[in-house]
Design a protein around this ligand. Sequence first.
Ligand SMILES: [Zn+2]
Length: 204
Amino acid sequence: MIYDISVAIHKDMIVYKNRDKKKPRFKQSATFEANGVYETDICMNLHTGTHIDFPLHTIKDGKTSNKQDLSTLIGPATVYDMMHLDEKITADDLKDLDIKKGDFILFKTKNSLDKTFNFEFIYVDHTAAKYLAERKVRGVGIDALGIERAQPDHPTHDTLLNQDIIILEGINLSMVKADSYTLYCLPLKIENVEALPVRAILQK
Ligand SMILES: [Zn+2]
């Protein structure tokens, strides 16, 4: 069984804080009438929809997409149900979970039910990021376009990215239950960038 936990990219999709400049723009660059074939140009921010962040996103001179080891983007993952939380995920919310070294942690929250951008989206706070980093997880995914908000100096990003822990943002987990899966989230091979859209799927 395969679950597509990616969000669709289209011109009216949900974008961060509803900012117009974050919306992808599509333009026909060839048409059958003029060119005999059909082609489309796309212009979009790399943090559009389902994507991973590389260290350069929040750390000056940090690692880019060139340095990502693909073997970390395929492998075991666990979905944890955090639907009971209303604001954020803290270390306290994780302490009773059996979080294993090398696992890719995916948080299913109420965000997965949002139909419009929610300015109060549930996020991973800095205490949870530290807790996960100490457990040496492989990656952390959240069903919001950002893994954090309302934290000066983005400590959640820095804590995870400093330890080469992958941040997967903008997934949708409404159709999957808390369980263990195999995750695939492979980006295009675009060089020297700070983030890349991925097609993220879970296999059971
Ligand atoms: Zn991002």
